[in-house]
Design a protein around this ligand. Structure first.
Ligand SMILES: [Zn+2]
Length: 446
């Protein structure tokens, strides 16, 4: 892990900082770390940095200088950070995230989670901000009866890793140009959501292909992606997918699936899990579908019926992967069901903790995007730390697991804040050591 820091400092220093050099009191990488610490230490707002990272009487400045390899004489205030964030275009923060993830992919950090050779990429949209009054020209406008709300949303792409690692690799802000015109024919909220998200996907996909051209990806998506436009992008870019399949999404293909299921008795796998859950997988290969532009598509549809006591739930997906009794469970689990992680470990954690995703770190729309990327980069660093074996070794030295030792992720962040304030971090902590293999396990595993 240590050898990672000098590299990270080089990347941070290389951020295109447009401040006037003569007036720069602070080095670029120092301020970039200051911004990342806002989220790594989960301070909740910029203002809190002034108080919790007070330099007087603490080791904050000295520790931060060692982290950033700088020799700053004072500590910045939160306004300095905001000024700096505005001088580094949000695209540069996005590019920094890409460099970081490309490096982790090259170091094979995600490889244990590959699904039939593919890295699983989950896609989902989420709400960021809602205003009663127009906030900027890009707000999505939604009318509910007499009230109008102005929204900001984002379409996120996150790679699934081993343990509970989840790395943000692509973000496209959903803007008013993505929505159908407000004075057009009235459409259901679902139809509008679908339109917005698919339009954002059309911008996100070429960007991802450009940044990760060689990566074998399997996209894990909701049923709104079951359409010719999505299938075409996947075909053009050589991506596979596992897409939720519902009766309403492709009605003719669904009917055909139901008709053919009893005719394929060999395509079946039954499992009894240790917790008493009974699973029955069935599948139909080479199911055909012609989209509204007349393009023919073919995929395998998988059905999973899961029975607990006398309650049975049914799930279904479509995929171009070749499905067999040997891999059906893996495809349904890692390609299909693990999609909930983007909601749970992704959006829920970022919104309902002091990462405070929905907090207005700035009122400026461009800066808000920059803060969004800073938060995503900090979350990548956090998950490497929270799930990494170095933390487990530290807890093991005290005879416990990280979960037993720290009690919660919030406590872990609090302990790090205490450490940066109250302890002199020795130089050896930052020395480039021999390469050490870091292994990952969920923070709350025993
Ligand atoms: Zn706005």
């Amino acid at each position: 892990m240590r050898h990672f820091f000098p590299q990270l400092n080089d990347w941070l220093q290389a951020l295109p900082d447009t401040r006037v050099a003569a007036q720069c009191t602070y080095e670029t990488r120092f301020l970039a770390w200051w911004g990342l610490l806002l989220y790594v230490l989960q301070l909740g707002s910029r203002r809190q940095a002034n108080f919790r990272l007070e330099a007087a009487g603490t080791f904050v400045l000295a520790n931060l200088n060692r982290l950033a390899q700088t020799e700053q004489q004072t500590r910045p205030v939160h306004g300095t950070l905001d000024h700096f964030v505005g001088h580094v275009a949000s695209a540069a923060w996005a590019a920094l995230r890409t460099q970081l993830v490309q490096r982790l992919i090259r170091n094979k950090v995600l490889d244990p989670a590959r699904l039939l050779g593919h890295l699983v990429l989950t896609l989902d949209a989420t709400g960021l901000f809602a205003f009663r009054q127009r906030h900027c020209d890009h707000c999505l406008v939604q009318r509910h009866g007499q009230t109008t709300v102005y929204l900001h949303q984002v379409l996120e792409a996150k790679l699934l890793g081993p343990a509970e690692l989840l790395f943000s690799v692509g973000s496209t802000f959903i803007e008013n140009a993505d929505a159908p015109p407000a004075d057009g024919p009235r459409r259901s909220a679902d139809a509008v959501k679908q339109d917005c998200e698919l339009n954002a996907f059309s911008r996100l996909a070429p960007q991802l292909k450009q940044e990760f051209p060689q990566l074998r990806l399997c996209l894990s998506v909701d049923s709104l992606y079951a359409c010719g436009r999505f299938f075409q992008v996947c075909q053009d870019y050589g991506w596979s997918y596992v897409c939720v399949f519902k009766p309403g999404s492709l009605p003719t293909a669904w009917d055909e699936f139901q008709r053919l299921l009893p005719l394929c008795p060999g395509n079946r796998l039954e499992r009894l899990l240790p917790n008493g859950v009974r699973q029955r997988y069935r599948w139909v290969a080479a199911l055909g579908y012609t989209d509204s532009d007349g393009r023919p598509w073919s995929f395998t549809a998988i059905e999973l019926q899961e029975t607990v006591g006398d309650e049975t739930k049914t799930f279904a997906w479509i995929t171009p992967l070749s499905v067999s009794a040997q891999n059906v469970e893996m495809i349904a689990t890692e390609g299909g069901r693990d999609r909930w992680k983007i909601e749970n470990q992704g959006f829920n954690r970022q919104k309902n903790s002091d990462l405070n995703l929905q907090h207005l770190y700035s009122t400026d729309p461009e800066k808000l995007k920059a803060y969004y990327y800073l938060l995503q980069i900090a979350c990548i660093l956090l998950s490497l730390w929270e799930q990494g074996s170095l933390l487990r070794q530290l807890a093991a030295a005290a005879g416990s697991t990280p979960w037993q030792h720290f009690g919660s992720l919030k406590n872990l962040a609090w302990r790090l804040l205490e450490s940066i304030r109250c302890f002199h971090w020795p130089t050896e902590c930052f020395a480039v050591g021999s390469r050490q293999r870091i292994r990952f396990a969920p923070f709350n595993s025993s």
